[in-house]
Design a protein around this ligand. Structure first.
Ligand SMILES: Nc1ncnc2c1ncn2[C@@H]1O[C@H](COP(=O)(O)OP(=O)(O)OP(=O)(O)O)[C@@H](O)[C@H]1O
Ligand SMILES: Nc1ccn([C@H]2C[C@H](O)[C@@H](COP(=O)(O)O)O2)c(=O)n1
Length: 224
Protein backbone atom coordinates (compact mmCIF):
# COMPACT_ATOMS: atom_id res chain seq x y z
CA UNK A 1 0.00 0.00 0.00
CA UNK A 2 1.21 3.51 -0.84
CA UNK A 3 2.42 5.59 2.12
CA UNK A 4 -0.17 8.22 3.00
CA UNK A 5 0.97 11.78 3.73
CA UNK A 6 0.39 12.58 7.41
CA UNK A 7 -0.26 16.30 8.01
CA UNK A 8 1.86 18.03 10.64
CA UNK A 9 1.52 21.48 12.20
CA UNK A 10 4.66 22.70 13.97
CA UNK A 11 4.73 25.40 16.64
CA UNK A 12 8.20 26.59 17.59
CA UNK A 13 9.03 29.60 19.68
CA UNK A 14 10.52 31.05 22.86
CA UNK A 15 9.62 30.13 26.43
CA UNK A 16 6.14 30.94 27.72
CA UNK A 17 4.91 32.03 24.30
CA UNK A 18 2.02 29.56 24.71
CA UNK A 19 3.26 26.79 22.41
CA UNK A 20 2.13 23.92 24.63
CA UNK A 21 -1.28 25.42 25.42
CA UNK A 22 -2.05 26.30 21.82
CA UNK A 23 -0.65 23.07 20.33
CA UNK A 24 -2.76 20.95 22.69
CA UNK A 25 -5.97 22.88 21.92
CA UNK A 26 -5.34 22.84 18.17
CA UNK A 27 -4.67 19.09 18.27
CA UNK A 28 -7.95 18.57 20.15
CA UNK A 29 -9.88 20.75 17.68
CA UNK A 30 -8.54 18.77 14.71
CA UNK A 31 -8.55 15.35 16.42
CA UNK A 32 -4.78 15.14 15.80
CA UNK A 33 -2.06 13.58 17.93
CA UNK A 34 0.07 15.94 20.03
CA UNK A 35 3.84 15.98 20.57
CA UNK A 36 5.23 18.02 23.46
CA UNK A 37 8.90 17.73 22.50
CA UNK A 38 10.05 19.88 25.43
CA UNK A 39 8.68 17.19 27.75
CA UNK A 40 11.23 14.73 26.31
CA UNK A 41 14.14 17.05 27.10
CA UNK A 42 12.65 17.69 30.54
CA UNK A 43 12.30 13.92 31.16
CA UNK A 44 15.96 13.35 30.32
CA UNK A 45 16.81 16.29 32.61
CA UNK A 46 14.74 14.90 35.48
CA UNK A 47 16.17 11.38 35.09
CA UNK A 48 19.70 12.82 35.00
CA UNK A 49 19.11 15.00 38.06
CA UNK A 50 17.63 12.05 39.99
CA UNK A 51 20.72 9.97 39.13
CA UNK A 52 23.11 12.74 40.08
CA UNK A 53 24.43 13.27 36.55
CA UNK A 54 25.90 16.73 35.98
CA UNK A 55 24.48 18.76 33.08
CA UNK A 56 28.07 19.10 31.82
CA UNK A 57 28.48 15.31 31.51
CA UNK A 58 27.46 14.80 27.87
CA UNK A 59 28.11 11.04 27.77
CA UNK A 60 26.19 10.52 31.00
CA UNK A 61 23.22 12.52 29.71
CA UNK A 62 23.14 10.72 26.34
CA UNK A 63 23.33 7.35 28.13
CA UNK A 64 20.27 8.31 30.17
CA UNK A 65 18.34 9.31 27.03
CA UNK A 66 19.23 5.98 25.41
CA UNK A 67 17.60 3.97 28.18
CA UNK A 68 14.78 6.42 28.92
CA UNK A 69 11.64 4.55 30.05
CA UNK A 70 8.81 6.99 29.40
CA UNK A 71 5.15 6.81 28.52
CA UNK A 72 2.60 9.46 27.59
CA UNK A 73 -0.88 8.20 28.44
CA UNK A 74 -4.21 9.60 29.69
CA UNK A 75 -2.68 13.10 30.06
CA UNK A 76 -0.01 11.77 32.45
CA UNK A 77 3.71 11.63 31.70
CA UNK A 78 5.51 8.70 33.31
CA UNK A 79 9.20 8.13 33.95
CA UNK A 80 10.08 4.58 35.04
CA UNK A 81 6.36 4.03 35.62
CA UNK A 82 5.98 7.03 37.97
CA UNK A 83 3.76 10.03 37.12
CA UNK A 84 6.13 13.01 36.83
CA UNK A 85 3.74 15.35 34.94
CA UNK A 86 4.11 18.11 37.55
CA UNK A 87 7.74 17.45 38.51
CA UNK A 88 9.04 18.03 34.97
CA UNK A 89 7.42 21.50 34.86
CA UNK A 90 9.69 22.86 37.63
CA UNK A 91 11.83 25.81 36.49
CA UNK A 92 14.99 23.94 37.56
CA UNK A 93 14.05 21.09 35.23
CA UNK A 94 13.44 23.49 32.31
CA UNK A 95 16.80 25.14 32.90
CA UNK A 96 18.64 21.82 33.07
CA UNK A 97 16.78 20.70 29.91
CA UNK A 98 17.87 23.85 28.09
CA UNK A 99 21.52 23.22 29.10
CA UNK A 100 21.63 19.61 27.88
CA UNK A 101 19.64 20.44 24.71
CA UNK A 102 22.87 21.79 23.19
CA UNK A 103 24.29 18.23 22.84
CA UNK A 104 23.79 17.06 19.26
CA UNK A 105 24.22 13.41 20.30
CA UNK A 106 21.27 13.85 22.66
CA UNK A 107 19.18 15.44 19.91
CA UNK A 108 19.99 12.54 17.56
CA UNK A 109 19.02 10.09 20.31
CA UNK A 110 15.58 11.73 20.66
CA UNK A 111 14.93 12.24 16.94
CA UNK A 112 13.18 8.96 16.05
CA UNK A 113 11.06 8.97 19.22
CA UNK A 114 9.60 12.25 17.94
CA UNK A 115 9.18 11.25 14.29
CA UNK A 116 7.49 7.99 15.33
CA UNK A 117 4.58 10.04 16.66
CA UNK A 118 3.66 11.23 13.18
CA UNK A 119 0.54 9.15 12.60
CA UNK A 120 -2.83 9.61 10.91
CA UNK A 121 -4.99 11.61 11.07
CA UNK A 122 -2.20 14.12 11.84
CA UNK A 123 0.13 15.63 14.42
CA UNK A 124 0.59 18.98 16.14
CA UNK A 125 4.13 19.30 17.52
CA UNK A 126 5.58 22.05 19.69
CA UNK A 127 9.18 22.83 20.63
CA UNK A 128 12.23 24.63 19.28
CA UNK A 129 13.22 22.63 16.17
CA UNK A 130 9.96 21.00 15.09
CA UNK A 131 9.76 22.79 11.74
CA UNK A 132 13.49 23.26 11.12
CA UNK A 133 14.78 19.74 11.88
CA UNK A 134 12.26 17.14 13.04
CA UNK A 135 9.45 17.69 10.49
CA UNK A 136 11.00 19.78 7.69
CA UNK A 137 8.11 18.84 5.34
CA UNK A 138 5.41 19.94 7.81
CA UNK A 139 2.13 21.13 6.32
CA UNK A 140 2.15 24.35 8.33
CA UNK A 141 5.06 25.80 10.31
CA UNK A 142 4.44 28.54 12.86
CA UNK A 143 6.85 30.60 14.95
CA UNK A 144 4.77 31.52 17.99
CA UNK A 145 5.90 34.43 20.09
CA UNK A 146 4.82 37.35 22.29
CA UNK A 147 6.83 40.20 23.71
CA UNK A 148 9.06 39.48 26.71
CA UNK A 149 6.92 41.33 29.26
CA UNK A 150 3.76 39.52 28.21
CA UNK A 151 5.49 36.13 28.30
CA UNK A 152 6.84 36.88 31.78
CA UNK A 153 3.34 37.94 32.92
CA UNK A 154 1.86 34.72 31.55
CA UNK A 155 4.52 32.61 33.30
CA UNK A 156 3.99 34.61 36.51
CA UNK A 157 0.22 33.91 36.45
CA UNK A 158 0.89 30.24 35.67
CA UNK A 159 3.28 29.92 38.64
CA UNK A 160 1.00 31.87 41.02
CA UNK A 161 -1.86 29.48 40.13
CA UNK A 162 0.41 26.65 41.27
CA UNK A 163 1.18 28.52 44.50
CA UNK A 164 4.76 29.34 43.41
CA UNK A 165 6.01 32.86 44.11
CA UNK A 166 8.33 34.65 41.66
CA UNK A 167 8.82 38.28 40.68
CA UNK A 168 8.11 39.41 37.13
CA UNK A 169 11.60 40.99 37.02
CA UNK A 170 13.22 37.65 37.92
CA UNK A 171 11.07 35.83 35.35
CA UNK A 172 12.05 38.28 32.58
CA UNK A 173 15.72 37.52 33.29
CA UNK A 174 15.14 33.75 33.47
CA UNK A 175 13.21 33.72 30.17
CA UNK A 176 15.85 35.86 28.49
CA UNK A 177 18.66 33.60 29.65
CA UNK A 178 16.86 30.42 28.50
CA UNK A 179 15.86 31.88 25.11
CA UNK A 180 19.41 33.08 24.49
CA UNK A 181 20.83 29.66 25.27
CA UNK A 182 18.20 27.93 23.09
CA UNK A 183 18.71 30.26 20.13
CA UNK A 184 22.50 30.62 20.26
CA UNK A 185 23.45 26.96 20.47
CA UNK A 186 24.96 25.31 17.38
CA UNK A 187 22.76 22.19 17.40
CA UNK A 188 19.22 22.85 16.12
CA UNK A 189 18.86 26.36 17.54
CA UNK A 190 15.51 28.05 18.00
CA UNK A 191 15.06 30.19 14.89
CA UNK A 192 12.36 31.47 12.61
CA UNK A 193 13.01 29.82 9.23
CA UNK A 194 11.98 31.30 5.87
CA UNK A 195 9.14 28.83 5.37
CA UNK A 196 7.69 29.54 8.83
CA UNK A 197 4.76 31.88 9.55
CA UNK A 198 5.22 34.37 12.38
CA UNK A 199 2.35 34.52 14.89
CA UNK A 200 2.83 37.27 17.47
CA UNK A 201 0.30 36.60 20.22
CA UNK A 202 0.93 39.78 22.22
CA UNK A 203 -2.52 41.13 23.16
CA UNK A 204 -4.34 38.03 21.90
CA UNK A 205 -6.15 35.64 24.20
CA UNK A 206 -5.89 31.85 23.95
CA UNK A 207 -9.10 31.40 21.91
CA UNK A 208 -8.00 34.07 19.44
CA UNK A 209 -4.63 32.37 18.94
CA UNK A 210 -6.22 28.94 18.47
CA UNK A 211 -8.58 30.49 15.91
CA UNK A 212 -5.66 32.02 14.03
CA UNK A 213 -3.75 28.73 13.88
CA UNK A 214 -6.84 26.84 12.68
CA UNK A 215 -7.40 29.56 10.07
CA UNK A 216 -3.79 29.28 8.83
CA UNK A 217 -4.18 25.51 8.62
CA UNK A 218 -7.41 25.83 6.63
CA UNK A 219 -5.67 28.32 4.32
CA UNK A 220 -2.78 25.93 3.80
CA UNK A 221 -5.14 23.92 1.59
CA UNK A 222 -4.68 20.71 3.54
CA UNK A 223 -8.34 20.29 4.50
CA UNK A 224 -10.44 18.60 1.83
N1 LIG B 1 -2.54 33.96 24.19
C1 LIG B 1 -2.43 33.78 25.50
N2 LIG B 1 -2.95 34.68 26.35
C2 LIG B 1 -2.82 34.54 27.68
N3 LIG B 1 -2.20 33.51 28.29
C3 LIG B 1 -1.68 32.57 27.49
C4 LIG B 1 -1.75 32.65 26.08
N4 LIG B 1 -1.13 31.58 25.56
C5 LIG B 1 -0.69 30.87 26.62
N5 LIG B 1 -1.02 31.46 27.78
C6 LIG B 1 -0.68 31.02 29.13
O1 LIG B 1 0.73 31.24 29.28
C7 LIG B 1 1.31 30.24 30.09
C8 LIG B 1 2.51 29.64 29.36
O2 LIG B 1 2.01 28.90 28.27
P1 LIG B 1 2.70 27.54 27.81
O3 LIG B 1 3.17 26.77 29.00
O4 LIG B 1 1.77 26.89 26.86
O5 LIG B 1 3.96 28.13 27.04
P2 LIG B 1 5.17 27.37 26.32
O6 LIG B 1 5.56 28.21 25.16
O7 LIG B 1 4.80 25.96 26.04
O8 LIG B 1 6.28 27.47 27.45
P3 LIG B 1 7.65 26.64 27.64
O9 LIG B 1 8.33 26.51 26.33
O10 LIG B 1 8.44 27.48 28.59
O11 LIG B 1 7.26 25.31 28.23
C9 LIG B 1 0.20 29.25 30.42
O12 LIG B 1 -0.31 29.52 31.71
C10 LIG B 1 -0.86 29.53 29.38
O13 LIG B 1 -2.17 29.24 29.83
N1 LIG C 1 12.26 20.76 20.41
C1 LIG C 1 12.83 21.15 21.57
C2 LIG C 1 12.11 21.23 22.74
C3 LIG C 1 12.74 21.62 23.89
N2 LIG C 1 14.06 21.88 23.88
C4 LIG C 1 14.79 22.24 25.10
C5 LIG C 1 15.03 23.72 25.24
C6 LIG C 1 14.01 24.18 26.25
O1 LIG C 1 14.49 25.29 27.00
C7 LIG C 1 13.83 22.93 27.11
C8 LIG C 1 12.46 22.80 27.76
O2 LIG C 1 11.46 22.96 26.77
P1 LIG C 1 9.95 23.46 27.13
O3 LIG C 1 9.28 22.33 27.82
O4 LIG C 1 10.09 24.63 28.03
O5 LIG C 1 9.32 23.79 25.82
O6 LIG C 1 14.06 21.83 26.25
C9 LIG C 1 14.75 21.80 22.70
O7 LIG C 1 15.97 22.07 22.67
N3 LIG C 1 14.14 21.42 21.58
Amino acid sequence: MKNQYVPVITLDGPSASGKGTIARLVSQALGFHYLDSGALYRLVALAAMKRGVDAGDEQGVVGIARSLDVSFADSSIRLDGIDVSDEIRAEACGEYASKIAQYSALRVELLERQRDLRKLPGLVADGRDMGSVIFPDATLKIYLTANEEERARRRHKQLMEKGINASIAHLVLALRERDERDSKRVASPLQQCEDTRLLDTTGLNIDQVVGKVLGMYADSGSIE
